[in-house]
Design a protein. Structure first.
Length: 275
């Protein structure tokens, strides 16, 4: 068992606080991640999940990006062949606490709510929370994007990958986006559009929710933070060097007609405060 347990109310023992930022793919998370990396020496494990990861696993990120794990740590872990996810996160959290760096898990929530073509059924609940809540006091927040822009961006990505989405994918998106919106209402959330419109105010709000110090002046260094972000992968929006509000992709009239009559779409926009 890794880490020192401390007793808390009710006789349950936990390892301390762990910050979790829930995000769906193509909702602006990579830009938010790069902005967040400028604050309070944050160590952000990007797009990680108990059932997989988008680009690099949590242990590799902790070692190569933040130096929280040393070569001997990695050798010891490799000798074990497999390390349970909760144990890996506990080890990284202990190292981050020793280095006095706020640790944030950028949750790959896509696996929970809309795992297109991944061979798994959406759980519609956070597996991150299910796996880690018994060992940590979780401080959670979500970031969201307008559902129409979110879908158009996601559809463009799937099309570029050679798997253009159809009605089934749109249905899965709406189901997943609604489940995520309901969770975001419980955890509290920030809107991607608010951060784009006013990075200092938007990121100040996010840092307050994550209970880490905020320095508006430090945001100026965000463009250089591609070395420790999945946005460094070629073709990802994370390579952008400017923050700008992009015009909405053209939406087919039949899509707009369908969404205007869909109960889920109306509930998503209502829950998240979009017109």
């Amino acid at each position: 068992m890794v880490g020192k347990y401390q007793p808390v109310a009710g006789g349950v023992v936990k390892r301390g606080r762990l910050r979790v930022l829930h995000q769906l793919a193509r909702s602006g998370g990579t830009l938010i991640n790069r902005l967040l990396l400028t604050q309070a020496r944050s160590a952000i494990l990007s797009e990680v999940h108990p059932d997989g990861f988008a680009t690099l696993d949590a242990l590799v990120q902790a070692h190569h990006w933040f130096g929280l794990l040393q070569a001997d740590d990695m050798a010891e872990l490799a000798a074990r062949n497999a390390v349970p996810y909760a144990e890996a996160i506990a080890l990284i959290a202990r190292k981050a606490a020793k280095a006095r760096r706020p640790l944030i898990l950028r949750d790959w929530s896509h696996l929970d709510f809309m795992p297109f073509d991944m061979g798994i059924a959406p759980s519609m609940t956070s597996r991150q929370v299910a796996v880690l809540s018994s060992g940590f006091d979780l401080l959670r927040v979500a970031s969201v994007r307008h559902p129409l822009d979110h879908w158009l961006s996601l559809a463009a990505m799937l099309t570029a990958e050679g798997r253009p989405p159809g009605r089934a994918e749109l249905e899965q998106f709406l189901d997943g986006a609604l489940g995520f919106a309901r969770m975001a209402l419980e955890t509290g959330f920030v809107r991607y559009e608010a951060i784009i419109a006013d990075p200092a105010t938007g990121m100040g709000d996010l840092c307050d929710r994550l209970q880490i110090g905020f320095n508006a002046g430090a945001l100026a260094g965000w463009a250089g933070r591609i070395d420790v972000s999945t946005g460094a992968v070629p073709g990802r929006a994370g390579l952008a060097a400017e923050i700008e509000t992009l015009p909405r992709r053209p939406a087919p009239p039949h899509l707009l007609h369908f969404l205007s009559r869909d109960r889920r779409y109306g509930e998503i926009t209502g829950l998240l405060g979009y017109d």
